[in-house]
Design a protein around this ligand. Structure first.
Ligand SMILES: C[S@@+](CC[C@H](N)C(=O)[O-])C[C@H]1O[C@@H](n2cnc3c(N)ncnc32)[C@H](O)[C@@H]1O
Length: 306
């Protein structure tokens, strides 16, 4: 059956839905949780990927799980930076245009959007759960302010430093070379999970600092296709290992190429993702199939030991 509907008047979908019996098989693995399956476009080995608007999806989940179901949420929302600026790609000057989804709607509307999706994420987090949100200066101050307004407990702000940023062609600014990732718990009372010993071990038995130097995704990570804001697997692996346990349920409302999903299943967590675009759903499906094929031939890929 072809899933083809308009949402928000803009997005056309032409992606095949997955068969109900395959969904119920994956759902059994994910402890019989019930999701709005009519949007499901990929399922396998503890992964459920939905093609829909994440706000609509979360509204439906909240009705079923008012006390929360997710152990961890990673969100990489639109940055609102595709507004006619210029950047440097492979030594060439190009316009910043990551897609319509990344265009600014104006400061106030952008902030309302951030409040809308963050408030739903907060409802869907378990009391022990936590959320990580990444962004550049175009969006991260609004995200941080929205989190304060909603009563999240901010735990850390991570600076992700990219060692090889493109040069700043205008020569009127410093070269942009970082992104911020805010880590927060559901509210002031909640007790979040932090795998302190493992994180320390990952950092040569020293406490890990909040500046993380990690290269952007390699060509190998992009071998199934490109997403303009794809996150490096290493970044998501660190996030998942530090704040979740095996068999925890991880959610990504803006899944893109599903980097979060790959990192989650690599370490035996379950993954639920939402993405609106046909192109990135196709890319995610290729990535999942590729990873699962490889993992089946290389069981060590599923080891938590780093
Ligand atoms: C910044 S990218 C995420 C990239 C991802 N972290 C990765 O590693 O590939 C944001 C993604 O959210 C999608 N998106 C934007 N608005 C959305 C919405 N309301 N619901 C679901 N997906 C949305 C876009 O199509 C885009 O792929």
């Amino acid at each position: 059956m072809v899933f083809n509907m308009k949402l928000g008047g803009k997005i056309k979908r032409n992606i095949n839905r997955v068969h109900e019996k395959d969904i119920s098989l994956t759902n059994t693995i994910i402890k019989d949780l019930v999701f709005p399956n009519e949007y499901c476009v990929y399922t396998s080995d503890g992964i459920l990927l939905y093609q829909t608007d994440c706000i609509d999806f979360m509204d439906r989940l909240i009705k079923q799980y008012p006390d929360g179901i997710f152990d961890m949420i990673f969100a990489d929302p639109p940055y609102f930076l595709s507004n006619g600026g210029i950047t440097c790609v492979s030594g060439k000057m190009v316009k910043v245009d990551k897609g319509d989804w990344d265009k600014s709607r104006g400061v106030d509307k952008n902030h309302i959007f951030n409040l809308e999706w963050l408030s739903r994420c907060q409802r869907l987090l378990k009391p022990t759960g936590s959320i990580w949100v990444s962004g550049t200066h175009h969006v991260i101050y609004s995200v941080g302010f929205a989190m304060q307004q909603l009563g999240f407990k901010i735990l850390n702000d991570i600076t992700w430093e990219k060692p090889n940023p493109p040069p700043n062609l205008s020569c009127r600014y410093f070269t942009h070379s970082t992104e911020t990732i805010i880590w927060a718990a559901k509210n002031e009372k909640s007790r979040h999970k932090f795998n302190y010993d493992l994180v320390r071990k990952m950092n040569n038995n020293k406490q890990m600092k909040t500046v993380w130097t990690i290269y952007p995704p390699s060509n190998d990570e992009k071998r199934y296709g490109k997403h303009p804001t794809q996150k490096p697997l290493k970044l998501l692996e660190r996030i998942i290992l530090s704040s979740t346990d095996m068999e925890d349920l991880v959610f990504d409302p803006f899944s893109g190429s599903s980097t979060t999903g790959i990192a989650a299943i690599k370490y035996k967590r379950y993954f639920i993702g939402c993405e609106m675009s046909d192109e990135y759903i196709r890319l995610s499906r290729k990535r999942f199939d590729g990873f699962l094929n490889e993992a089946r031939n290389t069981p060590l890929l599923f080891k938590e030991d780093l």
